[in-house]
Design a protein around this ligand. Structure first.
Ligand code: SF4
Length: 358
């Protein structure tokens, strides 16, 4: 499948290009207490290691703005301040060097407050995300569309974008978060027909790691396959590094980017020599953060295992007593099952080193 991406206007969030054909970037959001600069910075570092390309931090009050400023001095990844209700906090974050500010102009205190933020962002070279949300749409649009329907989100976003454009401010991207997956898809599809603004895509309140990952993959997968989306966040009620992993896996599944080390596993059937799930988790932990495009397969039996996983770089197939280690579909070694893990990790490290040196 070839995905033809919609050409949007390009902006930059710090060093990361968003839109205009740039690779779809992966974002996440810190959930450490926003007043605790050390805790926030620790999480920013963990997200950097996990491959997060843009990190968002909530700034709910002045104390959090001070912590944001401290983190901004040390973080390597571009930072976005997430602001609601209070334009002063947006101004403080911009002053602190935020690479971008996410605001919902619908709850910022009116058009004048939004314009003040735009002016400060322009002076500082920061970008703005116009984040429209079904929960805070202008009253007239709610009445007109009889509720927070996709078209109401689209009109709200266009209205706020027009305010920015009138101020000759084009360094913005847009997100439209509806209450469910299909409404979100409808809103992004409709908006992207009417605007060249780069789009931040995401499914709001998606759920825990499993349900949220599935709902996000369904929603974001449809949009990305349509060519819509320049940067994404998978929102999960889970550690933020898992959001990053999920984002990369979605992009990898669609062939839009490579997620680094990919661990695949068979679903297991009656032929399985052992429960492979613990081994899969252990290997996934081991390769977390590996950026080289290597594929590792864990198969439940030696009968079909290596053949089924022919395109994997390295893998293991478990028998009842022993396990086979294979490379590129060929068995290279048999080991007792209790020796499998260290042996497999050694071969994985070799293949990662090879890939990284290429
Ligand atoms: Fe079943 Fe073996 Fe295939 Fe796994 S690899 S699904 S255990 S036949």
């Amino acid at each position: 499948m070839h995905i033809k991406r919609k050409k949007t206007r390009q902006i930059h969030v710090g060093s990361v290009a968003v839109g205009g054909g740039a690779p779809v970037s992966v974002q996440s959001m810190v959930n450490a207490p926003p007043h605790d600069a050390a805790a926030v910075l620790r999480q920013v570092r963990a997200l950097e290691r996990a491959g997060c390309e843009i990190v968002r931090i909530a700034v709910p009050d002045r104390k959090a703005a001070a912590a944001f400023a401290a983190v901004r001095e040390k973080a390597r990844v571009p930072l976005i301040a997430d602001i609601h209700f209070n334009k002063e906090l947006a101004l403080l974050a911009i002053e602190a060097g935020a690479h971008g500010v996410r605001v919902n102009p619908g709850n910022l205190g009116g058009a004048a407050a939004f314009r003040a933020v735009l002016a400060a962002a322009r002076n500082a070279g920061a970008c703005i995300r116009i984040g429209v949300n079904a929960g805070s749409l202008p009253r007239d649009l709610l009445n007109k569309h009889r509720g927070p329907r996709p078209q109401a989100l689209v009109e709200a976003a266009l209205r706020f974008a027009e305010i920015a454009e009138k101020k000759k401010f084009t360094n913005y991207k847009v997100s439209l978060k509806a209450s469910d997956v299909t409404a979100t898809i409808d809103a992004y599809r409709a908006f992207s027909k009417q605007s060249a603004a780069p789009l931040h895509i995401g499914i709001t309140e998606a759920g825990g790691a499993f349900a949220g990952g599935v709902r996000s993959a369904a929603g974001l997968g449809v949009l990305l396959a349509d060519g819509i989306g320049d940067t994404l966040r998978v929102s999960l009620a889970a550690p933020p590094a898992q959001e990053v992993r999920a984002g990369w896996l979605i992009l990898d599944a669609l062939g839009l980017r490579h997620c680094g080390a990919l661990v695949v596993a068979c679903p297991m059937c009656g032929r399985a020599g052992a429960d492979i799930a613990p081994l899969v988790r252990r290997v996934e932990r081991h390769v977390q953060g590996v950026r080289a495009p290597v594929k590792i397969a864990i198969m439940g039996c030696p009968v079909n295992g290596p053949g089924e996983a022919r395109e994997a770089d390295v893998g293991a197939a478990l028998g009842r007593a022993s396990a086979s280690i294979f490379k590129k579909g060929q068995v290279i070694k048999k080991v007792p099952k209790d020796k499998l893990l260290p042996e497999l990790l050694r071969h994985i490290d070799d293949i990662v080193r090879e890939a990284e040196s290429q």
